[in-house]
Design a protein around this ligand. Structure first.
Ligand code: PLP
Length: 455
């Protein structure tokens, strides 16, 4: 199927959700029982979806029920499930070469992808690239690089942040207690500063981060840790897992200023917000600020495991042997990433994500006027959060309501994921057609109305 035919077929999908069994269906129930018996109990499945196949924006389960996908595998299926151009690149590469270990040998796809990423890096200076297997590994690399480059031990991260689950990244993660509990001691000299939870994308509507910068400057860098001991400040331009909170521009400018004053490396974690998710290649492009290092993963290869740590040339100065891995920048994943970037460019997905994101935000603002439980709607491009509250004035989070809507969405054939305490994130494929957005919003409101009635 050509790329155009793929999109036309998806656009013409009469009604994406199509449920033919109760949920979970009989095959799903049997598989869930087997899964329960053998997989790590640490996995937390949002609802009993047992996925068999994916096509564009639709996931079909093992009982042939079809779901409209507004989760995209946690914002990963950037070009939709099994985009033909991505599948063709994966297939051709798998026939050519599956693995070589780029730590030890040269490989054309590794080089080409590094060139492409260096060319689009969100800073003017020339970039160098280290490819990883995952987001958390990209963050590990960034922590190590900052320590190595500065010769300093301390790292500053933010309350509500999520940077991954390996021990270094986990030390920065501050999203949910259960993610950290029982795993100490974590990295020493990690300090968490408050993150401004502005309740709208627009500057000034809920604070510009000045108060949080004051705490960082005076309480943390003034009393807890000397700036000359700090290797890096690591932040998400839009907090993802923590609840889809975009940082105000003044806050990010303040971080840059602090880093410049003290020779601290500024690391933007764009693992979720990067690769077009916000309608720009990088969320950082919305701010007039350049980081020193950027981490990316999730959407980079449309679902193949890949991440990258991209750094200014003047920062990535470590010597041969200082860092490496076995699988990072696997040729098949690199081929998928190159195809993903091509699709983003060829199909103008940045413009599409930006426009369709605005459309969704407007529709949600109207929905908010009809539903008092929607406390806030925020985000950019296709990284949109809908926060639910019990009381509009106190903003008391309605965690159970958000959970109920997510479950009801699933029962109606719409895949959603929560974020933070009481937020539902909408993060469909970047090429999601408007017709399917309308359908999803309709199902979303139906689920919301029923959940409100059940309160
Ligand atoms: N950083 C951010 C901002 C993320 O959203 C995530 C994953 O949700 C990670 C890091 C960790 O990535 P991974 O799950 O690929 O290790």
């Amino acid at each position: 199927m050509s790329v155009r035919a793929f999109r036309q077929a998806a656009d013409a999908a009469p009604s994406a959700p199509h449920l033919i069994t109760e949920l979970p269906g009989p095959r799903a129930r049997a598989l869930i029982a087997r899964d329960d018996a053998v997989t790590s109990p640490s996995l937390t499945r949002a609802y009993p979806l047992v996925a068999e196949s994916g096509d564009g924006y639709v996931v079909t389960d093992v009982d042939d029920n079809r779901f409209l996908d507004f989760a995209a595998g946690i914002a990963v299926a950037a070009t939709g499930h099994s985009h033909p151009a991505v599948v063709a690149a994966i297939t051709a590469q798998a026939e050519r070469l599956v693995h070589i270990a780029a730590t030890d040998f040269y490989e054309p796809r590794y080089i080409e992808l590094s060139e492409r990423l260096a060319a689009i890096a969100p800073f003017e200076e020339n970039a160098r690239v280290f490819l990883t297997n995952s987001g958390t590994e990209a963050v590990e690399g960034a922590i190590k690089l900052a320590r190595h480059h500065t010769g300093r031990p301390a790292i500053i991260a933010f309350e509500g942040a999520f940077h991954g689950r390996t021990l270094g990244a986990l030390s920065l993660t501050n999203s949910k207690l259960k993610q950290r509990a029982g795993f100490g001691p974590l990295l020493p000299m990690v300090f968490h500063a408050p993150f401004p939870r502005v309740r709208s994308w627009h500057e000034g509507s809920g604070g510009d981060g000045t108060a949080e910068l004051d705490v960082l400057r005076h309480s943390i860098l003034g009393r807890l840790v000397a700036p000359e001991d700090v290797a890096a400040i690591v932040f998400e331009p839009i907090q993802g897992e923590g609840g889809y909170f975009p940082a105000p521009a003044a806050f990010i400018r303040g971080l840059r200023q602090i880093c410049d004053e003290h020779g601290i490396v500024l690391i933007a974690d764009e693992i979720q917000s990067g690769m077009g998710r916000t309608g720009r290649m990088w969320a950082m492009e919305a701010y007039d600020v350049e980081p020193d290092v950027v981490t990316v993963a999730k959407g980079i290869a449309s679902g193949m495991p890949l991440g990258a740590m991209i750094a200014r040339r003047s920062v990535m100065t470590w010597k041969p042997g200082a860092h490496g891995n076995t699988f990072g920048g696997n040729p098949v994943s690199c081929a998928a990433a190159l195809a993903t970037i091509d699709v983003i460019e060829r199909e103008s997905l940045l413009e599409h994500a930006d426009a369709i994101g605005e459309y969704i935000l407007d529709a949600l603002a109207e929905m908010q006027a009809r539903h008092p439980t929607i406390g806030d709607v925020r985000g950019k491009g296709l990284m949109i959060g809908v926060e639910f509250v019990l009381d509009k004035r106190t903003k008391e989070p309605a965690h159970d309501l958000a959970e109920d809507i997510t479950q009801r969405g699933f029962q109606k054939g719409l895949l959603l994921l929560p974020a933070g305490v009481s937020t539902i994130r909408l993060s469909p494929a970047l090429n999601i057609p408007k017709e399917l957005v309308d359908e999803a919003l309709e199902v979303f409101e139906e689920a919301l109305s029923e959940a409100e009635a059940a309160l």
